[in-house]
Design a protein around this ligand. Structure first.
Ligand code: FES
Length: 149
C-alpha cells in the first residue's frame, strides 16, 4: 500500500503526542502499511517531540518493524538448529525457486517477502515456517511452496 501522508498523520495523531506511545505508533504504522514509511518516521519524531535518531533506533531494533516495503505475505523460514537438522535448507530452496526471490527479498509484484529467522519456539514441530504470523509445523519440502502460496 502506498503511504498517504494524511493517513500517516491520522495514525500518529491518535496518540496525542504521548512520547511513551512511540512503539505503539510504530506498530500502528507497520500494521497499516506493512512497513514504516520514511515520512512516518519523521512525522512520528515531530509529533512525539523525540529525536529522529531515537525513532530510527526503535524502528531498527525490533525485527517486526521494517523500514522498507514488504510483500502482502511475509514468509519466515525457521533456520534454528532443530529446523536446520530437519531440512529447512531444502524448504528454503524450494520456496526461493518457486517465488523467484532469495531470503531477504520481496517479489517485484509485492506479494511475497521471504525472511530467514532463528528458532521460533516450536522445535518439536520442526521444520517450521510462518506465513503472516501463522505457524506451520512439520513442513514437508514438497508441499512448502503450496503452503506459502
Ligand atoms: S529451531 Fe525452528 S522452531 Fe526451534
Amino acid at each position: 500500500m502506498t503511504p498517504d501522508v494524511k493517513q500517516i498523520q491520522k495514525i500518529i495523531d491518535q496518540h496525542h503526542g504521548d512520547k511513551s506511545a512511540l512503539i505503539t505508533v510504530l506498530q500502528d504504522l507497520q500494521r497499516k502499511f506493512n512497513y514504516i514509511p520514511p515520512e512516518g518516521v519523521t512525522a512520528t519524531a515531530k509529533a512525539l517531540d523525540v529525536p529522529l535518531s531515537k525513532v530510527y533506533s526503535v524502528a531498527t531494533f525490533y525485527s517486526t518493524f521494517s523500514l522498507v516495503p514488504r510483500g502482502e505475505k511475509i514468509i519466515r523460514i525457521c533456520q534454528g538448529t532443530a529446523c536446520h537438522i530437519k531440512g529447512a535448507d531444502l524448504i528454503q530452496e524450494q520456496i526461493e525457486a518457486g517465488l523467484n526471490i532469495k531470503a531477504g527479498e520481496t517479489s517485484s509484484d509485492m506479494k511475497y517477502t521471504l525472511e530467514v529467522v532463528n528458532c521460533v519456539g516450536v522445535c518439536a514441530m520442526a521444520p517450521a515456517v510462518l506465513v503472516n504470523d501463522k505457524m506451520h509445523g512439520n513442513v514437508r519440502c514438497e508441499k512448502a511452496l503450496k503452503l506459502v502460496k
